[in-house]
Structures are given as C-alpha cells and as structure tokens.
Design a protein around this ligand. Sequence first.
Ligand SMILES: NC(=O)c1ccc[n+]([C@@H]2O[C@H](COP(=O)([O-])OP(=O)(O)OC[C@H]3O[C@@H](n4cnc5c(N)ncnc54)[C@H](O)[C@@H]3O)[C@@H](O)[C@H]2O)c1
Length: 251
Amino acid sequence: MNTIQKVAIVTGAGQGLGLAIAQKLLSEGMNVAFVDVNERLLAEVQQSDLLTHFDSSKYMFLTVDVSDVLAIQASIHTIVESWGRVDVLVNNAGVRKETAIEDVTEEEWNLILSVNLGGTFFYSQAVLETMKKQQSGRIINISSFGGQAGPLSSGAHYCASKAGQLVLTKAFARSLADQGITVNAVAPAAIETPEMDNMDPTKLEKMQASIPVQRFGKAEEVADMVSYLASDAAGYITGSTFDINGGLLMR
Ligand SMILES: NC(=O)c1ccc[n+]([C@@H]2O[C@H](COP(=O)([O-])OP(=O)(O)OC[C@H]3O[C@@H](n4cnc5c(N)ncnc54)[C@H](O)[C@@H]3O)[C@@H](O)[C@H]2O)c1
C-alpha cells in the first residue's frame, strides 16, 4: 500500500511559534515548507543545527510576503510542483504592534490587516484548488487572545485582525466541511518568544503573576496543539477555536 507523504506549509516559520510548529510537523514525518518574509531568519534556521536530523528533501525555505497575493500563488505553485500536494496550511505569520488608537496611521493599519488577516485569507484561498482535488486538508489559523478578549497590551488594529481570523476560520470551515477539509484556529496568549528577552523584567514579572497558571506558555505547547489539529484524529473538528492561554480567558 502506498502511504501518502504529507506536505505542510507554515507561514512565519523563521522564528517563534512558526519555527516550533514547522519543526514539530517535520519531526512527525511531513514535508514542510518554511515560509517567511525575512530571508535572514530563514537563512539562520537553514544554517542552524535544528534540521540536521532531517533529509534536505523534506523541507524547503521560501521567502514570501504573505501580504503579496502573487507571491503566495507562486509559492503554492513551487510547493505543488515539488511535492505534488498540500495537506496542512498553518497561517501563523503575523505582525503585532502596541500603538495607541490615537497614533495608528493608515500605513500601519494597512500593514497589520494585510499581513495578519489578508495573509490568512489569501493563503487559504490559494491552497483550495489543491486541497479540493485531494478532498482533504487542514487549515490552522494562529489567532490570539487579543482577537477574543480585546487588547491588554496589543493595539486595536492587531486585535481586530486577530478577531477577523476567527470569523474567516468559520467561513472557510463551513464552506469546506463537506470536502474533507477542516479549518480551525488556535488562540494563544503570553507564549515565551525571543521578543521577551528585550522586555522590562518588572513588566514581565507582573504579566506572569496575572496568568492563572503562573507561568508563560511555551512555543512547543502551541506546536503540539497544531500538530493534533493537523492530524487524521482531528477530522471531526472544524470551525473551532482552541485557547492556549494559561487560564487568562475561560469561556
Ligand atoms: N507569542 C505569543 O505570545 C502570541 C500570542 C498570541 C498570538 N500570537 C500569534 O502567533 C503568531 C506568531 O507569533 P510569534 O510570537 O512567533 O511572532 P514573531 O514576531 O516571533 O514571528 C512572526 C514571524 O512572522 C514573520 N512575518 C512577519 N510578517 C510577515 C509577512 N508579511 N510575510 C511572511 N512572514 C511574515 C516574521 O518574519 C516572523 O518570523 C502571530 O500571528 C501572533 O499574532 C503569538
């Protein structure tokens, strides 16, 4: 019996949650396309020892700005030409700003909305032809606590983009449910990232104390949840949002 070689695309895979998710799916045997706008980050991953255990035919690095629809389409073309299918799309690429409402410029609004929300919409749209042909697929959108509860520290524009992802999750899920394609969202909060190294320790301590489980989350914990949603076991789950926030929001 031929077993299918699964193919995953992870956007924003140059660092942080995206990198942890891409590594996790790779470690589970999938072929993984690491997508990021930042060529330097992708080069650092490529040169690091993170991938030494994997055959180089199992991964590729694609420099793509997810707010550029033509670049998205070109990346899907490259992936399908090389690997023949797309089983999993993780829309993780995101830009977060804390700008106060009074100071948000049109330029910053457009950046946040076009990357976080537009990127999710157009990458999902671009994989549909292939997933529909296969009559199978998993789309997982990395939203945020901010898209559910509104801003704590993040800006209104960021939270609006993250809330928009949750509605897109339902819209795509409903439209694709009868074709073997599931669409779900993960809503993290306060996950440890390199960004925290540059933050004021007193502010960090205060943040940590406000989390019911009294610690920050780990990127690997988000990756584990994504891996479950990407698996065959999750076929009856669609249109849902999975919170991973240490109890910050209980609903
Ligand atoms: N870390 C957290 O606590 C947390 C909490 C809630 C939600 N999230 C969400 O998780 C996702 C990842 O967060 P993170 O903390 O790892 O962020 P990060 O800033 O460390 O990583 C984001 C990655 O996305 C890439 N990226 C940015 N703009 C892009 C574009 N236009 N095209 C392609 N790639 C682009 C960046 O280069 C970077 O590699 C984001 O969508 C974020 O909103 C994170």
